[in-house]
Design a binder for this molecule. Structure first.
Ligand SMILES: [Zn+2]
Length: 490
């Protein structure tokens, strides 16, 4: 079975994630996360807060999910946030024209092509309905925002669910800049949900209609793009860049990339380094990650420079982060449409700040972490989460329930449960329980047996080596802390 299906199956079996409102046959592209899925995602967010937000002194905000129509006039979404839609004349199923052409030609098709170009390609490559082989009607542009109507008297869509979390950051920029006693460059971050009415999402967590983004927008004076002392700490790191027209990914230090004008300045080099470091800490091996330089026609229209951060998976290179140099596009157009001047004055210079963006998709990151953790043991799938992202740190297993062994195990669970992510499980045989928690990648198991009652100790078992040691109950907390700090205890 391929890895993608294996993960879907494991997720369903163990409740990591599953279709939202499943009992009501819902539309596709909406997912709920069970306890273990939710904890692992929270750990990814915590790591992002530490490695990206706090490391770069970024300010984190929390904005609304519903934004007024005017916001999307300014951002260009009302006009331009469209996908090319195509409908089968025979079975009436709907597809994305660009995806069907890509499947047939194995080449990437920019979604921003205009309708006549799409129609030409559909004809040229004789694209037929994948379901019934029927012919297609002509391509239409379909706006992917989900509209809502606010207020009891409103008869039309006067607001939209945000299609990206960065919009609040642009509209809040001035307030945050003025109230936070900071100067540029200033990063503003946000984690939250966003919504896109995808035409036919079929790829699990990879393309969904409701999703979570981890975004950072960095506001800066374009004349000072190379004025960043923090850069020096990262200038010798090996960034993995896949340049336009090159087959291979090459290591570039940020310093060399700036010097050779491969990237527009030190500020961008610094944030690319921060991004790569975050993903290394998520456990991805360097050979499986890269920043891919985008050609002009594949870039968003507002972007001067775009790098897609990608991870190699069984479904191909998967984009996890869009790194966009958005110039002054956002603040200028919000200024124009709102009539509010969003320029700043620093050192007697008045200007509209430029923006560099790191836009990460949590759902895809979570999927990629799962796939990167997937291995096999005796023919069975096993998730080997990196220690820092595991949903359960320690599982506590009494050998049997009777003779006071269950009671002792519960005491240990009580003692540890606010210090680590722990769980107590007494159901089924000990062998079956080991298999289940190995499959979920729980790094440590504590087993309580008859000897434990006599000697006040427990067996601590390492998932990876399957080694076991006996530890006094009073020393368990210290031993487990040592383990998660990376010390050798087995
Ligand atoms: Zn059809």
């Amino acid at each position: 079975m391929d890895k993608f299906l294996r993960i879907q199956e494991l997720a369903d079996q163990r409740g990591l994630f599953f279709p939202s409102a499943e009992i009501h046959s819902p539309p596709s592209g909406f997912w709920d996360f069970g306890h273990l899925g939710a904890v692992s995602r929270r750990k990814i967010i915590d790591l992002w807060r530490k490695e990206v937000v706090r490391k770069t002194d970024s300010l984190e905000i929390e904005g609304c999910l519903i934004l007024p129509k005017k916001n999307f006039e300014a951002s260009g979404h009302l006009k331009g946030f469209v996908d090319p839609l195509i409908q089968c004349k025979k079975c009436h199923k709907i597809f994305r024209a660009d995806k069907l052409i890509e499947e047939k030609t194995k080449k990437s098709i920019p979604e921003a092509l205009d309708i006549s170009e799409f129609n030409k390609l559909v004809k040229k490559f004789e694209i037929r309905c994948p379901e019934c082989k029927g012919g297609f009607s002509s391509v239409k542009k379909f706006n992917m925002m989900i509209g809502v109507s606010i207020g009891p008297l409103s008869k039309e869509l006067n607001a939209y669910l945000r299609p990206e979390t960065c919009q609040n950051i642009f509209t809040a920029f001035q307030k945050i800049y003025k109230t936070s006693r900071v100067s540029l460059p200033l990063g503003i971050s946000q984690v939250g949900r966003a919504f896109r009415n995808e035409i036919s999402p079929r790829q699990g967590l990879i393309r969904t209609r409701e999703f979570t983004q981890l975004e950072t927008e960095v506001f800066f004076n374009p004349k000072k793009i190379n004025d960043l002392p923090e850069f020096d700490k990262y200038k010798n790191m090996k960034l993995r860049l896949k340049l336009l027209g090159k087959e291979k990914t090459e290591p570039f230090t940020p310093e060399r990339a700036v010097k050779k004008k491969i990237i527009s300045g030190k500020l961008i080099g610094y944030y690319l380094a921060i991004t790569q470091q975050f993903f290394e800490k998520c456990g991805f091996p360097p050979k499986d990650i890269r920043f891919r330089e985008l050609e002009d026609k594949a870039k968003a229209f507002y972007s001067k420079e775009t790098w897609d951060f990608e991870v190699k998976t069984s479904v191909g290179w998967l984009e996890l982060v869009a790194c966009n140099y958005r110039t002054d596009f956002d603040l200028s157009s919000h200024s124009k449409v709102s009539g509010t001047d969003l320029s700043v004055v620093e050192n007697d210079e008045k200007f509209i700040p430029h923006v560099f963006e790191l836009s990460m998709g949590l759902d895809r990151i979570f999927y990629a972490v799962l796939e990167n953790s997937l291995t096999e043991r005796k023919g069975k799938p096993v998730l080997k989460f990196p220690r820092n992202l595991t949903p359960l740190d320690v599982i506590i297993l009494p050998l049997v329930r009777k003779d006071g062994i269950g009671k002792k195990a519960r005491e240990i669970h009580e003692m540890l449960k606010t210090k680590f992510e722990t769980k107590y499980d007494e159901k089924q045989s000990i062998g079956k329980r080991y298999v289940i928690y190995d499959q979920l990648g729980v790094p440590l198991a504590i087993t309580i047996d008859y000897d434990s009652l006599k000697k006040q100790d427990a067996t601590l078992r390492d998932r990876d080596s399957m080694k076991q040691i006996r530890v006094k109950i009073k020393d368990l907390e210290t031993k487990i802390s040592d383990f998660f700090e990376g010390k050798k205890i087995f």
